[in-house]
Design a protein around this ligand. Structure first.
Ligand SMILES: Nc1nc2c(ncn2[C@@H]2O[C@H](COP(=O)(O)OP(=O)(O)OP(=O)(O)O)[C@@H](O)[C@H]2O)c(=O)[nH]1
Ligand SMILES: [Mg+2]
Length: 214
């Protein structure tokens, strides 16, 4: 339990956008979930908000193909489910379009306060993840690494994966945090809520700071 549970539970679907220009008005604060296809982004959002069907999930990679925007019952706080990177079955031209839209969103979205970089704990720090970390560092974007599916590993190996990624971030001088997470057994749900409450300034309901991208 955290003081923010009911706020996250209030999440509702706003819209699906194909590109930045279709996203909700760029004001307030939002947090985006990014990561490779099938890593568990949409599932993490559902667990965070304690809703089974808020974001659509699938066993087949490539389920999320649009920028899905969700609102909270506080003004101008949003959660964003991004399309996964690396879905092999999509034609190359389509991939390029997605990538361009993703990049545009990440570079130009002023209300974006931080990125939750979702990785399957069994397959961390793939090429895309490294790219995102480099980008976050270069652009001063906050990043929180969510190591999902921690239920697939025993406690020891899960912890040591987390520690090695923490070390890696430190080595690369990246200002980021890392945690384990499981939608199956609830590992790390409170930690994620506390982190996002900080980014979304849920405690300071009247005061939304100027985002780093502004
Ligand atoms: N065991 C376990 N399975 C999980 C967990 N999180 C997600 N999954 C499974 O992983 C698969 C992919 O989950 P999604 O949430 O759809 O993944 P995504 O990152 O949104 O995928 P795209 O939309 O394709 O980018 C589904 O079969 C989920 O049930 C978890 O914490 N534990
Ligand atoms: Mg998804």
């Amino acid at each position: 339990m955290t003081p923010y549970d009911s706020t996250f539970q209030s999440a509702y679907f706003i819209k699906s956008a194909e590109k930045l220009s279709q996203c909700p008005l760029d004001q307030g604060v939002e947090v985006a979930f990014a990561g490779r296809s099938n890593a568990g982004k949409s599932t993490a959002l559902n667990t965070l908000t304690n809703q089974k069907k808020l974001a659509r999930t699938s066993k087949t990679p490539g389920r999320t193909q649009l920028i899905n925007c969700f609102g909270l019952n506080l003004d101008d706080r949003r959660l964003i489910d991004l399309p996964g990177y690396g879905f092999a079955k999509v034609p190359i031209e389509m991939k390029k379009v997605w990538q361009a839209h993703m990049q545009d969103y990440l570079m130009n979205r002023r209300s974006l306060a931080g990125v939750v970089l979702v990785m399957d704990i069994r397959h961390p720090l793939k090429e895309f993840d490294e790219m995102m970390l480099d980008w976050a560092k270069a652009n001063g974007m906050k990043v929180h690494v969510l190591l999902t599916k921690s239920d697939k590993l025993k406690r020891g190996p899960a912890k040591s994966t987390m520690l090695s990624i923490q070390r890696e971030l430190k080595q690369q001088n990246i200002d980021g945090s890392v945690q384990t997470f499981s939608a199956l057994n609830g590992d790390g749900v409170d930690d994620l809520r506390i982190k996002l409450a900080e980014w979304l300034v849920l405690d300071n309901q009247d005061e939304i700071p100027v985002s780093p991208n502004a």
